[in-house]
Design a protein around this ligand. Structure first.
Ligand code: SF4
Length: 234
């Protein structure tokens, strides 16, 4: 996948009340992802041909809109795809932050170096990191497909450690994929601290497919570490 200097943007929602809880946010969807989750709601973004920008919005158009409407916004959310695939993300965020609004980043955790730098430079106010499965290659592959290898999983682990330091407001979240058991959720919980959201798995038409595992929420909650606040979303 060729990563370009300007971030290829596959979607833009001008206002949302749900993507950054408690905030009115604009949501930017970047193209390209290094995972291939079977429940992905934005599959058209995963393998976007980054050379073909004919149907993409430009950074400049979006920045212009934000600059003219920043008084209507508390925040901008950057999601994907996987935003941290793009080396120009920090530069883009810097431009957004000049408008004096908050920034939330959604990430799958595969670029810990960029994540750490964004936090150190004060460019993000909130991070939501997907933790797709217990941190083993076998379990992760069942959810994200075989694009992940050991070095990439190590990067996910590094991102977990960075967010566990609680230098920034953040959450971990797991979609209740059917491959996950109660013990898997408990294993994930053992790796993280702070806020943990379990999200209903939905199909691509946003129809909820509840799994037996998520209905065992009480059992999961009872076995969670005390330092974790568990939430159910969706
Ligand atoms: S990490 Fe997110 S964007 Fe990428 S394939 Fe999985 S659900 Fe889709």
């Amino acid at each position: 996948m060729k990563i370009q200097n300007k971030i290829p943007i596959g979607g833009f929602h001008k206002q949302s009340l749900i993507d950054y809880p408690g905030n009115i946010s604009a949501v930017i969807f970047t193209c390209g992802c290094n995972f291939s989750c079977n429940y992905c709601h934005n599959p058209q973004l995963i393998d976007s041909d980054l050379k073909d920008q004919s149907n993409q919005l430009s950074e400049d158009e979006i920045l212009e809109w934000i600059s003219q409407n920043s008084q209507m916004l508390d925040a901008v959310v950057i999601t994907g795809g996987e935003p941290t695939l793009h080396s120009s993300l920090p530069r883009f965020i810097q431009k957004i932050k000049q408008f004096g609004i908050k920034l939330k980043l959604d990430t799958n955790g595969t670029n810990p170096n960029m994540l750490e730098k964004l936090i150190a430079d004060g460019l993000v106010d909130y991070v939501a990191m997907d933790i797709k499965a217990p941190l083993s290659l076998l379990k992760y592959r069942k959810v994200v497909g075989d694009k992940i290898d050991d070095p990439l999983l190590q990067k996910v682990m590094q991102s977990v450690k960075i967010l566990n330091r609680k230098l920034i407001d953040c959450e971990f979240r797991t979609t209740a994929d059917e491959s996950l058991s109660v013990n898997d959720f408990i294993a994930i919980a053992g790796e993280i601290s702070g806020k943990y959201y379990i999200q209903h798995r939905t199909d691509r038409n946003n129809v909820s497919i509840k799994t037996a595992k998520i209905e065992n929420l009480k059992e999961i909650k009872a076995k969670m570490p005390a330092n974790l606040n568990l939430f159910l979303r969706g």
